[in-house]
Each structure stands twice: as C-alpha cells, then as structure tokens.
Design a protein around this ligand. Structure first.
Ligand code: C2E
Ligand code: MG
Ligand code: MG
Ligand code: MG
Length: 288
C-alpha cells in the first residue's frame, strides 16, 4: 500500500509541476502576444490635494484585457514580466502611453507612472524618459515616476546619478509603498525624492485600534525633509479626517475619491473637476 501511495503522490506532484511549468510557459507566450496585440490598457486613479480638493495627478495602473480571462491584475503581470525581461518593453509602452494620455488632460494635471526596479536600472532609462516626453510633447514637470524602496537599494551610486538627472530634467520622483519594505529612513534624505507615498497598510484599522503615531511620524519627517506626502488607500471619510487633521499630508489617493478608471472616464472626471474649480475658488473634496 505504502508503495502505491508513494507512487501516487509522486506522480501527482510531477503532474502538478509539469502543469505549472506549462501554465507558466503559456502565460509568458501570452504576455508577449498581448503586447504585440495591444491588449494592455492603462487605468488612471486620481490623487487629490487635501487643501484644495483638486486632482493634482493621476496614477497610471496597468490592466490586461485578456481575450479569455477578462481583466487581469498587474499583480499577476508585473512579476512575470520582470522575470521574463519583458518589463523593459512593457514599461516603455506604459511610459509612452501615459505621457500621451496626460497631454489630453487639463494643464495643471500630472501623470504618475510606476517603474519596476529592473526598468529603472536599465542603462538607457534617462533616454527613454526624454523620448517619451519629446514624442508626446508633455512638459517634464507633468511627469512623476514612482519607484519603490527596492529600486533605491540596488546600485546606489548609479541610482543617485539617475535620480539627479531626472530631477534636473524636471521630472518628479515619488517613493511608492513607503513603509512596506526595508523603509530605511536614510533613503528619505540620501536620495533626491520629491514625494513619499505612504502605503495603505498604515491606514488599516486607524478608525478603531491602530494608533496614528507611526503614520504621523513618517508624514512629518517626510514633510520636514521637504517632500510632499501622499497617503494611499483612503477608503472612508473617517480615515480622511484623521490623516488630514494636522495638515502634514498633502495628497490622498483611494477608493473614497475614485477607483482606477479607464482613460475616457478619467477625462470626464478631470473635466468636471476643472469646470467646478472655475465657478467656485474653493471647491470641496470631490465625491467622484
Ligand atoms: P501601487 O503602485 O501601490 O498602486 C496602488 C494600488 O492600490 C492599485 O492596485 C490601486 O488600484 C490600489 N488601490 C488604490 N486605492 C485603493 C483603496 O482605497 N483600497 C484598496 N484596497 N486598494 C486601493 P493595482 O492597480 O492592482 O496595482 C497593484 C500594483 O501593481 C501597483 O501598486 C504597482 O506596484 C503595480 N503596478 C500597477 N501598474 C503598474 C505599471 O504600469 N508598472 C509597474 N511597474 N507596476 C505597476
Ligand atoms: Mg504606484
Ligand atoms: Mg503605491
Ligand atoms: Mg501600495
């Protein structure tokens, strides 16, 4: 019996493995095909200035309209694209598309583009950014690049040079998901960053049990170092009131304002928010 069971188990695992290797191979082929077939799309989610209630920036978030699987999340795409090395081509497409789309928005609104660490460490990343700006006609001041702590940890001198070049070109750099990785506070003052995005994990439970101390501390430190501070993942009015109370947090982003929406929808939201801004100087926070 034991032998039969053993063999059964062995075969089971071998099949599973073969299946997952096969599934992975299919996914990789599928991703390459998707890029060639134009199956990717960018959704946009607004960042709202807490003082004025205006949309300052929209973050581009990748979606895959898969012919069989429907909409596929970036969580399932980006890591695989990174391992395959496809992220460089995909990232180039994302950057160019986001810059072109931003040109269709009201003048003051910027676009934020997520860069994976691999993409950021490409030798010609600066040329890629210049090219995307030139090809779209977007002023550098309207482009914000979001990088994570892991991008800062690798290859420090190179990273510093790249950030300085982007900065002198006028592009802004935001540190994304702050507080989820190694979160060395030294990053905040050793690198030329203009914005810190505090991860939404800091918000979970602040209405009830989680103390605000940590979030406030990180926010104040970032502000004192001259950076603007964004809190991600704001879902309730209570959370908004708590984070806005001491005036340190500059912007917020989250489902409370809007979920990520397709390009056509974000243009409608921006037009509406822009029109409202003209009839009353101090528009209230948008219930989008
Ligand atoms: P991220 O850059 O931190 O983007 C924010 C994520 O949080 C988005 O998920 C957004 O839909 C979600 N989110 C926003 N507000 C709320 C909220 O109030 N509650 C909750 N529960 N979630 C909220 P999404 O679009 O699934 O993207 C996930 C991650 O995938 C992104 O996290 C980013 O790391 C990565 N990603 C997305 N698009 C790109 C891209 O174009 N390039 C790269 N390299 N990475 C991307
Ligand atoms: Mg981001
Ligand atoms: Mg984020
Ligand atoms: Mg996040």
């Amino acid at each position: 019996h034991a032998k039969a069971d053993g063999r059964g188990t062995y075969c089971f695992f071998r099949d599973e493995m073969a299946r997952s290797v096969e599934a992975r191979r299919i996914l990789e082929l599928d991703l390459r095909r998707a890029l060639a077939n134009d199956e990717f799309e960018l959704y946009y989610q607004p960042l709202v200035n807490l003082k004025t209630g205006r949309i300052t920036t929209c973050e581009a978030l990748l979606r895959w309209n898969h012919p069989m699987r429907g909409t596929v999340s970036p969580i399932d795409i980006i890591p695989v694209a990174e391992e395959m090395g496809l992220i460089v081509d995909l990232g180039r497409w994302i950057l160019r598309r986001a810059c072109m789309e931003c040109m269709r928005w009201p003048d003051g609104v910027s676009v934020a583009v997520n860069f994976s660490s691999q993409q950021f460490h490409q030798r010609d990343v600066i040329d890629e950014v210049h090219y995307a700006l030139q090809a779209s006609g977007l002023p550098a001041e309207r482009l914000e690049i979001e990088i994570t702590e892991s991008s800062l940890m690798r290859n420090t001198q190179w990273t510093l040079d790249a950030l300085q070049q982007l900065r002198s070109a006028g592009v802004r750099i935001a540190l994304d998901d702050f507080g989820t990785g190694y979160s060395s506070l030294s990053y905040l003052h050793n690198f030329p960053l203009q914005k810190v995005k505090i991860d939404r994990s800091f918000l979970v439970g602040i209405e009830t049990h989680r103390p605000l101390t940590l979030l406030r501390g990180v926010a104040r430190l970032s502000a004192e170092l001259g950076m603007s501070v964004v809190v991600e993942g704001v879902e309730t009015n209570e959370q908004l009131e708590l984070i806005g109370a001491d005036g340190t947090v500059t912007e917020a982003q989250g489902y409370l304002f809007s979920r990520p929406v397709p390009a056509s929808r974000i243009r409608e939201l921006l037009t509406a928010s822009h029109a409202r801004r003209q009839d009353d100087g101090k528009s209230r926070l948008l219930p989008l």
